[in-house]
Ligand binder design. Structure first.
Ligand SMILES: CC(C)(COP(=O)(O)OP(=O)(O)OC[C@H]1O[C@@H](n2cnc3c(N)ncnc32)[C@H](O)[C@@H]1OP(=O)(O)O)[C@@H](O)C(=O)NCCC(=O)NCCS
Length: 210
């Protein structure tokens, strides 16, 4: 059985990831919290203290799963772990369905009921949350978060650090620029510029709505 250490914010997302990791056959040694965290208790997961105080030599001996919903914070934690010689592990919930021809970047999380289709490519430390689907030929950059129930049609491209809200839908062949946020329930019909926030059906920039 593979042993991992979870790192991130000890909130609700970490509880979800802990359970998924265990159900996928991993043994969880404990949880390392980032500095501004309260280190609350995650059920059935020992606290290992603060990430910044973890002994440097121990990083090289462990595989890490970063459990943090914020793309920016997750990126910061991943970079710190890699810099200190740790390696990243992915978590795939046993009820997720991943095409054998899909590529999942290291440190990514594919949670319960999610589907990743043929020839989809996911970058580093992506989240495909409960019952979300990433269809065939989609390309996700690094640190992308696809919230529960969100749907990507075929050949959609999401650049680095894109966040899709609950039940957002992205039409086939459409691309979303880096660091954009797509609101819950939005339907994206055409390409989205980087750093945009889009809401509604059809999705329009949140700032420019009538
Ligand atoms: C899009 C989003 C990021 C905007 O957040 P924000 O910048 O704080 O915006 P505000 O809440 O101030 O709302 C600004 C306006 O947009 C509207 N709006 C916000 N989110 C919306 C949405 N998803 N769909 C339609 N309209 C929305 C608000 O009603 C408000 O309208 P008003 O100006 O007429 O009052 C956020 O509302 C959202 O949808 N987040 C997704 C959360 C989610 O799915 N999390 C998953 C957790 S697992």
């Amino acid at each position: 059985m593979q042993t991992i250490i979870l790192a991130g914010k000890s909130g609700q997302h970490a509880t979800v990831v802990t359970e998924a990791a265990k159900l996928s056959g991993k043994s969880v040694k404990g949880f390392l919290a980032i500095d501004d965290d309260m280190i609350s208790i995650i059920p059935d997961c020992a606290s290992l203290g603060k990430l910044s105080e973890f002994p440097l030599e121990e990083f090289r001996n462990h595989a890490f799963v970063v459990a943090c919903g914020s793309n920016q914070q997750r990126k910061r934690i991943v970079e710190l772990i890699l810099l200190r010689g740790g390696r990243l592990e992915s978590v795939v919930h046993p009820s997720a369905i991943i095409s054998p021809s899909a590529t999942i970047g290291s440190g990514s999380m594919i949670l319960a009921g999610a589907v990743v289709g043929p020839l989809a490519v996911l970058g580093l430390s992506c989240i495909v949350n409960h019952c979300a689907s990433v269809d065939h030929h989609c390309r996700l950059g690094d640190y992308v978060n696809v919230s529960p129930g969100a749907r990507l049609g075929g050949a959609v491209e999401l650049d680095d650090e894109v966040f899709l809200g609950l039940n957002a839908s992205i039409l086939p062949g459409t691309s979303v620029g880096a660091k954009s946020t797509i609101g819950a329930g939005a339907v994206v019909l055409s390409d989205v510029l980087p750093s945009s926030t889009m809401v509604g059906v059809p999705a329009v920039p949140v700032a420019g709505r009538p």
